[in-house]
Design a protein around this ligand. Structure first.
Ligand code: NAD
Length: 468
C-alpha cells in the first residue's frame, strides 16, 4: 500500500491541474489516469477539434484568397497529413502534462482506479497488475464524461462515429449527417463542410445551439445554409439501412413527417454522460443526481467526507476551464485553505463559424426574469479591423442594468469571439459598469473596439453607429 496525502483519479483538465496544485502546495500526490494525460479535452476534444477547425478554415480561406489579390493554384487537401499534424500537437501536449506533473512531484499511475474503502483506491494496470493507494487527506474524482450513444446508431468507428472518432476520419465523407445540432455537432459539422462534405444536421429541438444567444446562432446557421447545409429542426433520427454501395439510408422523423437521406457517414453528437461506471461510487456511498453526475458542495466535496469531484463528472457546464478551476479550488480545500467555488462569471465559447462566446446573463434570460436592462449592440461590419481581415459577420451585444449600468452579460458572435470574451468576463467578475469599458482606451485598429462600442451603444454614446 502506497500512502499519499491526496489521490486524484483522472488526468484531464480537471484532474491534472488539481494534482499539480496539490503538489505545489506541498502535498504528496498520486494521479491515476487510464488513458493518455489531458483527458477528453486534449485527446479528443478542445485541442484536436480546434486544430481541425483552424486547418479547414485555412483551406477555405486559401480557396477564396483571390478576392484579396492572393492567387493560389493547385490547392489540395491531404487529410492524412492534416491528421498527423493534429495528432502531433496532441502528443506534444501529452508529454508536456507528464512533465508538469513530474515537476510538481506528482506520482503518475497508468491504470483504472476504483474506490475500495475508506481512503483507499485500487489501480488496475494495463497488464492486470494491482496497486493499492491510501489517501490521508482526500480523493478527487475527475473522471470526465463520454459521448452518449443512440441505440439505433451504434458507433462502428468509421462510418457512424462520435466526437472521438469524428476527429480522426481519414477521408472527408461526401455526405455527412450530424445528429444533434449542439456544440460538438456544429463545430465538427463545420469542419467537414469546409473540407468538402455536403452537410445535413438533424436537431431534436426547435433551435440549434439551444441555450446560446439566438441572435448569434442565426448568423452561424445562415453561414451553414449559405454553404449548402440542410438543417432539420424538431427532427429525430430514427434508424438507417446500409445501401448496396456502402452508403447509409437514414430515416428522420422531421416534425411528424418521415424524411430519408442518403449519406456516407454519421456523426452522433447528442450530449455527454458522466464517467462513473466501475468507480466504486455505490460502495463508497457517493450520491449522484438524476443524470448520474456526482453531487458536490461549493468546496467540491461529495456527501462522503474526504471524497471530492471536479469537472464534467460533477455536472454542467461541461467546460474544460470550469473543470480546471474546480480542480485548483479542491486542491486548496484539501490543503486546508479556505477556498470555495465563488465565480461570478463563467465564460463559454463555441468554435463555430463565426465563433460564439458569452458570459453572464442573456437578453432572453433578462426578459424572462423581468429585469430592467439596457442592451447595446455593435456589428463587426462597422469595424475597420474586421473589414481588413475579411471577418465582418457578427456583433457584440452588451446587457447592463438599466439603472446602475452594471454589466450583466456580454454575447459575442464573430472573429476571435473566444478571445474577446475575456475582457467581458473580467468586467463582470469585477462588477464593472458600462463606463468602465467605455472609458478604457482600446487600441486601434483591433476587434476589441467592438466591445467598447457596444458598451457605449447601450448608453447612447457609440461613435461609429447611430445611437437610438
Ligand atoms: P450538446 O448538449 O451541446 O448538444 C446535443 C444536441 O443534441 C442538443 O441540441 C440536443 O437537443 C440534441 N439531441 C439529443 N438527442 C437527439 C436526437 N436523438 N436526435 C437529434 N438531436 C438530438 O452536446 P454535445 O454537442 O454532444 O457536446 C457535449 C458537451 O461538451 C456539451 O455540454 C458541450 O458544452 C461540451 N463541449 C463544449 C465545447 C466548447 O466549449 N467549445 C466543445 C465541445 C463540447
Amino acid at each position: 500500500m502506497k500512502t499519499y496525502d491526496a489521490i486524484v483519479i483522472g488526468g484531464g483538465p480537471g484532474g491534472y491541474p488539481c494534482a499539480i496544485k496539490l503538489g505545489q502546495l506541498g502535498l504528496k500526490v498520486a494521479c491515476v489516469e487510464m488513458d493518455k494525460p489531458g483527458g477528453a479535452c486534449l485527446n479528443w476534444g478542445c485541442i484536436p477539434s480546434k486544430a481541425l477547425i483552424y486547418a479547414s478554415g485555412q483551406y477555405e480561406k486559401t480557396k477564396g484568397a483571390a478576392t484579396i489579390g492572393v492567387k493560389c493554384t493547385g490547392i489540395e487537401l491531404d487529410v492524412p497529413a492534416m491528421q498527423a499534424w493534429k495528432d502531433g500537437i496532441v502528443t506534444r501536449l501529452n508529454t508536456g502534462i507528464r512533465q508538469l506533473l513530474k515537476g510538481a512531484g506528482v506520482d503518475y499511475f497508468e491504470g483504472v482506479a476504483r474506490l475500495t474503502g475508506k481512503g483507499t483506491v485500487e489501480v488496475t494496470g494495463a497488464g492486470g497488475e494491482l496497486t493499492s493507494l491510501l489517501s490521508m487527506k482526500g480523493i478527487v474524482l475527475a473522471t470526465g464524461a463520454s459521448t452518449i450513444e443512440i441505440p439505433s446508431f451504434k458507433f462502428d468507428g468509421h462510418q457512424i462515429v462520435g466526437a472521438k472518432e469524428g476527429l480522426s476520419l481519414r477521408a472527408v465523407p461526401k455526405r455527412l449527417l450530424v445528429i444533434g445540432g449542439g456544440v460538438i455537432g456544429l463545430e465538427l459539422g463545420t469542419v467537414y463542410q469546409k473540407l468538402g462534405s455536403a452537410l445535413f444536421i438533424a436537431e431534436a429541438l426547435p433551435t440549434l445551439l439551444t441555450g446560446h444567444d439566438q441572435d448569434a446562432v442565426k448568423l452561424v446557421e445562415r453561414k451553414l445554409l449559405k454553404h449548402g447545409a440542410k438543417i432539420f429542426k424538431k427532427a429525430r433520427a430514427v434508424g438507417y439501412e446500409k445501401s448496396a454501395d456502402g452508403s447509409l439510408k437514414v430515416t428522420l422523423d422531421h416534425d411528424g413527417k418521415t424524411v430519408t437521406l442518403d449519406v456516407d457517414a454519421i456523426l452522433v453528437a447528442v450530449g455527454m454522460r458522466p464517467n462513473t461506471k466501475g468507480l466504486g461510487l455505490e460502495q463508497a456511498g457517493v450520491i449522484v443526481d438524476g443524470r448520474g453526475f456526482i453531487v458536490t458542495d461549493l468546496r467540491g466535496e461529495t456527501n462522503v467526507k474526504g471524497i471530492y469531484a471536479v469537472g464534467d463528472v460533477s455536472g454542467p457546464p461541461l467546460l474544460a476551464h470550469k473543470a480546471s478551476r474546480e480542480g485548483e479550488i479542491v486542491a486548496e480545500v484539501i490543503a486546508g485553505h479556505n477556498a470555495a467555488k465563488d465565480w461570478v462569471a463563467m465564460p463559454a465559447s463555441t468554435f463555430t463559424d463565426p465563433e460564439i462566446s458569452s458570459v453572464g446573463i442573456s437578453e432572453e434570460d433578462a426578459k424572462a426574469k423581468g429585469l430592467d436592462v439596457k442592451v447595446g449592440k455593435f456589428p463587426f461590419a462597422a469595424l475597420g479591423k474586421a473589414m481588413a481581415i475579411r471577418e465582418t459577420d457578427g456583433f457584440v451585444k452588451v446587457i447592463a442594468d438599466a439603472k446602475t449600468t452594471q454589466i450583466l452579460g456580454v454575447h459575442i458572435v464573430g472573429p476571435e469571439a473566444s478571445s474577446l470574451i475575456s475582457e467581458a468576463a473580467l468586467a463582470i467578475e469585477m462588477a464593472g459598469f458600462i463606463e468602465d469599458v467605455t472609458l478604457t482606451i482600446h487600441p486601434h485598429p483591433t476587434l476589441s473596439e467592438a466591445l467598447m462600442e457596444a458598451a457605449a451603444h447601450a448608453i447612447g454614446k457609440a461613435i461609429h453607429i447611430p445611437n437610438r
